[in-house]
Design a protein around this ligand. Structure first.
Ligand code: ZN
Length: 52
């Protein structure tokens, strides 16, 4: 396995960067820009509908 492991913020699973999707979300909350690696299954379930 190569790449830096990242923790998916949705499900908490540790995923390699190569198996994750890098997302930047400009929220309207105080958090500002969210810069996260989300695993592919969570990306499909949670984020793909938002950006489609
Ligand atoms: Zn996940």
């Amino acid at each position: 396995m190569s790449g830096v492991p990242e923790t998916c913020p949705v499900c908490g699973e540790v995923v390699g960067v190569r198996n994750a999707v890098h997302v930047t979300v400009n929220t309207k909350a105080d958090a500002g820009i969210l810069d996260e690696y989300v695993c592919r299954s969570c990306y499909r379930a949670e984020l793909a509908p938002l950006v489609a």
